[in-house]
Structure formats: C-alpha cells, structure tokens
Write a protein that binds this ligand. Sequence first.
Ligand code: CTP
Ligand code: MG
Length: 184
Amino acid sequence: MWNIAVETIYLFLPAYIANMAPVIFKYFGLLKKLDVPIDGGTKFFGKEILGPHKTLRGVIAGVAAGMVFSFFQFALAYSAKPFSVTVSFPFQTAFGSIMWGFLLGAGAIFGDILKSFVKRRLGIAAGRRWFPWDQLDMVLGGIAFGLLMYSFSWTQVAVLVVLTPLFGLLINLVGYGLRIKEAW
Ligand code: CTP
Ligand code: MG
C-alpha cells in the first residue's frame, strides 16, 4: 500500500516540481524579463481572462523544471552504483524521461491556468483560495497529459487525488509564511 503511494508520488514528482517552480523563480527574482501576464491584462466580458498571477515566466520555469527533474530521476535510476536508487522509474531512456517531464510539467501548468480561467469566470480574485481545485488543478492536468505516455491505474489516480491536497496545503503554508502567497 505505502509502496504504491511512494512510487506514484515519485513518478509524479516532475509535476509537483513544475507546480512549485513559478513561485521559486518569483521568490529569487529569476527570469524577470518573462514576468509578464499571459493574458496581457486583457479582459473578457469585463473580467480578467486569467489574472496577473499567470505569467510567461511561470510557464517556462514550470515546464523546464519538470524536464530537468525527470532527467535527474532517469540518471539516478539508471546510473552506475552507488548513485542509483531503487525506487522504480519506468522511463529507461534519457529522451523518454525528458518527454515525461515535459508532459507532466506542461500538464500541471496547463491545469493551473485552466483553473485560473474558471476562477476568474466565477469572480474569484487572483490569489484567493479555491479549495480543493487550487491543489487538484495540477494533478488532473498532469494525469491528462501524462496519459499520452503512461497508463495510470485507478489506484494511482486515487493516491494523487487524495494525497496532493494534503501536501498542497503544506506547501501553500510555507509560501504564505515566506510572504510569496497571499492566501494559504
Ligand atoms: N505563477 C506564475 N505563473 C504561472 C503560475 C504561477 O508566475 N503560470 C506564480 C505567481 O506569482 C503566483 C504564484 O506563482 O502568484 C502562485 O501560483 P498559483 O497559486 O497558481 O496562483 P494564484 O496566486 O493562486 O492565482 P490564481 O487565483 O489565478 O490561481
Ligand atoms: Mg493558487
């Protein structure tokens, strides 16, 4: 039982990393030139399309971080001992793992953007909490895109859907504590 949970989370780590990357890049002031809202501030029926918190920097940082991280997982799993780890990682080529990181990263970021679009339609301001969708957005997006390369079992989907909001709350609390996030 715990094995499945640990392996599923490990497999899905590139999506979590991608989801955290925008906040980390913002915190350290990286890629400042790309810190522009994706929607360009345009309105849609009088409401923001995505709002100011969805930036090009977040997209680039998220997808890139997912790709770098999954390559790292590949290297860790298939490098010579003593560096290799025993947690299973199903992608056995560098290209395959980087593709996996790309899909999970892009899926997580896309899910997050789609959620912001829905939040704005509902009149929920950027940065306001919308539990549990603020947490599930990246899970559903990551799974949807990830399915192009890997068939998640229903057990794995359940693990991700149940555990992510718990981890998400924890991460948000840290971001809130560091004054990066306006709400936890
Ligand atoms: N972020 C970004 N670009 C993205 C996603 C996130 O720059 N594509 C940064 C923003 O600084 C954002 C922070 O990461 O404030 C946290 O992201 P998230 O929680 O997804 O955004 P919210 O502030 O909750 O905005 P929304 O209400 O639109 O979900
Ligand atoms: Mg949020």
